[in-house]
Design a binder for this molecule. Structure first.
Ligand SMILES: *[C@@H]1O[C@H](CO)[C@@H](O)[C@H](O)[C@H]1NC(C)=O
Ligand SMILES: *[C@@H]1O[C@H](CO)[C@@H](O)[C@H](O)[C@H]1NC(C)=O
Ligand SMILES: *[C@@H]1O[C@H](CO)[C@@H](O)[C@H](O)[C@H]1NC(C)=O
Ligand SMILES: *[C@@H]1O[C@H](CO)[C@@H](O)[C@H](O)[C@H]1NC(C)=O
Ligand SMILES: *[C@@H]1O[C@H](CO)[C@@H](O)[C@H](O)[C@H]1NC(C)=O
Ligand SMILES: *[C@@H]1O[C@H](CO)[C@@H](O)[C@H](O)[C@H]1NC(C)=O
Ligand SMILES: *[C@@H]1O[C@H](CO)[C@@H](O)[C@H](O)[C@H]1NC(C)=O
Ligand SMILES: *[C@@H]1O[C@H](CO)[C@@H](O)[C@H](O)[C@H]1NC(C)=O
Ligand SMILES: [Cu+2]
Length: 580
């Protein structure tokens, strides 16, 4: 014990002195992992097309965070974007005791100004596969994202075995800048960027340069032989089992993911063990993570395609490609086959079936509370406000305040100056609303009001999907909750039935997750315990949807939150609190 304490002080000393950027602790009791990151704009060609992207220490995706359960992560983040703010969210990390490190601009902190350095410090309290990404405007789309892998404590084992661990991050990629996109979303007439130009696997994709208007003139802009856009190669040793930690951080697309000729066994979702099931095709929604086991058991004299395809929206984006390479023979050789175009994009049934198949592993069931104290129903629709297209919940479209809620509530600022004191509606006109009809509300309201929950109460959320403002169109929305995991009690099609569907909730072995899809014209029911003091966003994880109002905020037990670091302040009504 003495040794450990001494070791800890040594680590602290090193951290304080900033002598090294990463303390890769190798002793049994690993504790603090310190990272120094610089965020900048750089020209990159992830899909062969050169554009400005946001990098961390020169890369997109950013550095992998590898830690062990119980470790403290310290990220010293320098904003070198020159003319743009930044904030980073640690997706899936509950931030117990450190709600100010959640990285949600406008909710838990002021934005980090150009030139400033901000220190995120938090504990990774549960093993599993997680993500991080920008949480300021639609900045994530510019390439600011990466993964967090937390291993189990020494001596603890997982309910499955594998030989090697590999990370796969999926993303969709647009050639237009975030500025053009955001301006288009908030214009009259509305300007839509369209479908992504490519899909990226571990930051690499392939845009067909011949599709540019003047390909020969743009040879320097789009170069198919640029090594930055050569496909990711997953090299495997015949006979070995691989754990692939797959995460999606798409801005818009729902995806399917396949490895030609190989099935996958799903074993983990959002940091929770899944009762294993085998599938040829994994559907994955933005903000979700899955671990799958893949056995390198096929003919090793050839390579295989790893593919990802858009589902739920009519795809115009080509298949995202990587290569499964059997060691040692055919390094980087393209497979002899044509890549699969994936499942039918408009067939919702298999997606719903797979959502329902994800249940808690039988030895790792966290039983949910059998009843709830409050039920909030959120009708997911589009509408208009003053001629602008918006997404809304129960006819109310969310907007972020200028002063972050956490600071306003904790520091007892004059709340009337900060946000709307009327909470948003907890329900809508259930009986009379036709979820298949074109949403026709051209006079919706916008609000930054929040739900203030009684601490440690149990809350049910029913996400009800509906038609958008386009005929026969209902989209897939991946909903992400900050600060908590929730139990997934059920999914269904059509309108939720308060009597029948509640009776069918899975209270036996529901999986816990932090992100969950609501399928077109369907519903999803969740339950969580408001037991983490703080202020937490709950929102659609599609960049444009949250930007256009598709989110809510929960406060619970804010009086139990410890002293806020002054580094989170400095904007809106908190200017006077800024560090000297
Ligand atoms: C790229 O686009 C050009 C022009 O449309 C087309 O002729 C060519 O087949 C495409 N190449 C690939 C690999 O899709
Ligand atoms: C395309 O990239 C290759 C490899 O980096 C390079 O040799 C070539 O000069 C580039 N072509 C153009 C037109 O920039
Ligand atoms: C994958 O699973 C399907 C159906 O479950 C089965 O028919 C097929 O043989 C499996 N393929 C491999 C390579 O295991
Ligand atoms: C799905 O989309 C395809 C075109 O991509 C269309 O031919 C087909 O009719 C659609 N199926 C359904 C069930 O809407
Ligand atoms: C939303 O507002 C429209 C128009 O004011 C109204 O017809 C509709 O019933 C409202 N929807 C809900 C879900 O309350
Ligand atoms: C929109 O709603 C506001 C109040 O909610 C009302 O004063 C106004 O008349 C409405 N406008 C239209 C076009 O319905
Ligand atoms: C919340 O309530 C549960 C069940 O009543 C209890 O076991 C738990 O200790 C409470 N947690 C806190 C933080 O008060
Ligand atoms: C919308 O769907 C309904 C029912 O499936 C169908 O009757 C109608 O023709 C569709 N309308 C359009 C514009 O596609
Ligand atoms: Cu959405």
């Amino acid at each position: 014990m003495v040794e450990i304490l001494a070791y800890r002080s040594l680590v602290k000393l090193l951290v304080l002195c900033h002598f090294i950027s990463l303390v890769a602790v190798s002793t049994v009791e690993a504790r603090i992992r310190h990272y120094r990151w610089e965020v900048k704009y750089e020209y990159k060609s992830p899909d062969c097309f050169k554009k400005l992207v946001i990098t961390i220490n020169g890369g997109t995706p950013g550095p992998k965070i590898l830690a062990q359960q119980g470790d403290t992560i310290v990220v010293e983040l320098k904003n070198s974007l020159l003319t743009e703010n930044v904030a980073i969210h640690w997706h899936g990390i509950r931030q117990i005791g450190t709600p100010w490190s959640d990285g949600t601009e406008g909710v838990t902190q002021c934005p980090i100004l150009p030139g400033d350095t901000f220190i995120y410090k938090f504990v990774v309290d549960r093993a599993g596969s997680y993500l991080y990404h920008a949480h300021y405007g639609i900045q994530r789309e510019a390439g600011l994202y990466g993964s967090i892998t937390v291993s189990v404590p020494n001596g603890e084992s997982e309910p499955f075995a594998y030989d090697y661990d590999r990370g796969i991050i999926l993303n969709d990629w647009f050639h237009k800048s975030t500025y053009e996109q955001a301006a288009g979303l908030s214009s009259i007439p509305f300007v839509w960027v369209g479908e992504p130009q490519s899909l990226l696997i571990n930051g690499r994709g392939r845009f067909n340069c011949s599709l540019l208007a003047t390909p020969s003139l743009e040879a320097g802009v789009c170069n198919a032989t640029n090594p930055e856009c050569s496909p990711y190669v997953l090299t495997v040793i015949p006979g070995k089992t691989y754990r692939l930690r797959i995460g999606s951080l798409t801005s818009l697309s729902a995806l399917s993911f396949q490895i030609e000729g190989h099935n996958m066994t799903v074993v983990e979702a959002d940091g929770h063990y899944v009762e294993p099931f085998e599938t040829k095709n994994l559907y994955i929604y933005s903000g979700e993570t899955y671990s799958v086991l893949v056995k390198a058991s096929q003919d090793p004299s050839r390579n295989y395609w790893v593919t990802t395809n858009v589902v739920s929206r009519k795809p115009t984006t080509p298949t995202g490609l990587a290569i499964l390479n059997y060691y040692p023979k055919y390094f980087k050789k393209s497979p002899p086959t044509l890549p699969t175009t994936g499942p039918l994009w408009n067939d919702t049934a298999p997606r719903l079936t797979q959502s329902l198949a994800v249940k808690a592993h039988k030895s790792f069931i966290h039983s949910p509370p059998l009843t709830s104290d409050k039920v909030i129903v959120l009708l997911n629709t589009q509408n208009k406000i003053d001629g602008y297209y918006r997404w809304s919940l129960n006819n109310v479209s969310f907007s972020l305040p200028h002063t972050p809620y956490l600071i306003a509530l904790k520091e007892n600022l004059n709340l009337n100056h900060v946000f709307d004191q009327t909470p948003p509606p907890e329900n809508y006109d259930f009986k009379n609303y036709d979820i298949y009809a074109v949403a026709k509300n051209v006079n919706a309201t916008s609000s930054n009001g929040i739900y203030r929950l009684k601490f440690n109460t149990t809350v049910d959320i029913i996400l009800q999907n509906a038609n958008t403002m386009t005929v026969n169109n209902s989209e897939t929305h991946p909903w992400h909750l900050h600060g908590h995991d929730f139990w997934v009690l059920g999914y269904g099609t059509g309108k939720f039935d308060m009597k029948k569907d509640v009776g069918k909730y899975n209270l036996v072995n529901p999986i816990m997750k932090n992100t969950v899809p609501v399928h077109p014209y369907g519903w999803t029911a969740l339950r969580f315990r408001a037991d983490n003091p703080g202020v937490w966003a709950f929102h659609c994880h599609l960049e444009s949807h949250f930007y256009m109002g598709m989110g809510v905020v929960f406060e619970a037990g804010v009086e139990k939150v410890g002293k806020l670091p002054s580094s989170v302040m400095g904007c809106g009504e908190t200017k006077g609190f800024h560090r000297p």
